[in-house]
Design a protein around this ligand. Sequence first.
Ligand code: AMP
Ligand code: MG
Length: 432
Amino acid sequence: MKTLQSVTSCLSDYDPDALPVATAQAIIASLVEPLAASETVPLRAALGRILAQAVQAPLNVPGADNAAMDGYAFDGAALASADPVALRCVGTSSAGHPYPTVVPAGACVRIMTGALIPAGCDTVVVQEVVQRTDGDDAGGFATIRFDAAVVRAGANVRHAGEDLPLGAEALPAGRTVQAADLGLLASLGIAEVSVRRPVRVAFFSTGDELRSLGQPLEPGCVYDSNRYTMFGMLQRLGVEAIDLGVVRDQPEALEAALRDGCARADAVVTTGGVSVGDADYTRTLMARLGEVSFWKVAMRPGRPFAFGRLALNGKSALFFGLPGNPVAVMVSFYTFVRDALLALGGALPHTAPVLHARSTAALRKRPGRSEFLRGVARRVADGTWEVTPTGAQGSGILSSMSHANCLIVLGHQQGDVAAGATVDVMLFDGLI
Ligand code: AMP
Ligand code: MG
């Protein structure tokens, strides 16, 4: 297991008091090792879970050549021998009811979409382009006639294995199972899948001023909102969230909560108590409980951040100490914690998509730090995107997150943005 010390000592530009977002992300990523444990679950229960192993196709899909259209199946060689083509219709192949014998030269069978292509045939002509005469044949069979130019030999046939050939990788390990994947696995006859066990994340809020819902709000106190946002973010990520409540700003209480979290979870996420003044006593405490670095990340909101690993009684857990301000909590979570928890769970990286949008307003921005503004993005008449920052951008203004539908991401080097200039936008849909 790598240590934080060993990772950061390799970085020539590691300055914990001015850490670029990308460097902090890279340090975190290099310390995360996926959990190994897996379990087998019935197919439906795999939705949203992470595949522990790649899935190989145990059969061809489709299993055999079949018709892509309703029409008539015949041997494409007939197209070269006469024009118009005339074929005797000797039977029917419908889905689930294949034509049982070989179709002789000069003959065809009526065929429905999905029905097996009978032996002796390799082409389907669609029913709309043929003329059919019933019972004009000596044996009472129907005859179809069509111009040779209306169909190519081999047309309108889905070939065995063209969706998934036997033995091919149908889904990779680390894939988060989507609705389409459930269907794909079902098409392969797979009823159970091996998935990683869910990541367990313990979380708590710190602060003497925090009150839980239902408690009276004395002067100077605030309701603990972070624990609810955190619950929502963790739940949406598909991890098992363990709520450890509100912890007072006392070393003993904090130590007890960290010990509890480390014993019960793979990661511990806290909010509050990492700002300059608070960090001093948590720093001393963390030095005893594991290896944790206190950073000032070059970002706004969300500057103070603590990251490392707790190690207690032979068990370890990743530690993420987020700032207390409610918007900073969310921005720090999506910037640092989300990807780390996905990786811990064994998921392949899936970075949230970024759009380019024209900013309707001029934006003040200092180069040398990343800034995350709350915005409302919309698609305008010409199909391009436009974004407007929601009013006040203070890191305590949580309503800005609810009113926004995206974050405007201004990178480390970026300076002021003129009205009408293009900016990067991360939509909450798909992220949150
Ligand atoms: P801190 O990082 O602990 O100094 O907190 C910074 C600001 O965020 C203070 O105004 C706190 O009252 C506020 N805050 C901290 N934790 C929470 C929380 N769980 N819910 C709501 N506000 C909080
Ligand atoms: Mg505090």
